[in-house]
Write a protein that binds this ligand. Structure first.
Ligand SMILES: [Zn+2]
Length: 78
């Protein structure tokens, strides 16, 4: 768990489940997008896929973020 996930978790556990509001849900989305997720390689199509939105991420670009949804990408296996 990184520092942002930890901070969000601390806010979440301080509130009863029925008080989780839109702001917390929006922050959760932001934290998840900023937390690197392993890129998914599709052997069938011979390109990489964003683990969040399923968009194509081309090898030669090797970007840190998905161009479609902004998900931070983890290329550590490549
Ligand atoms: Zn994406």
């Amino acid at each position: 768990m990184n520092e942002y996930e930890q901070a969000l978790w601390n806010i979440r556990v301080s509130k009863p489940a029925n008080k989780l509001n839109a702001e917390i849900i929006a922050l959760q989305e932001l934290v998840e997008r900023a937390t690197p997720k392993k890129i998914v390689y599709s052997e069938i199509h011979d390109f990489n896929i964003c683990p969040n939105c399923g968009g194509n991420v081309y090898h030669h670009q090797h970007t840190n973020n998905c161009g479609d949804c902004g998900q931070t990408l983890d290329w550590s296996d490549k």
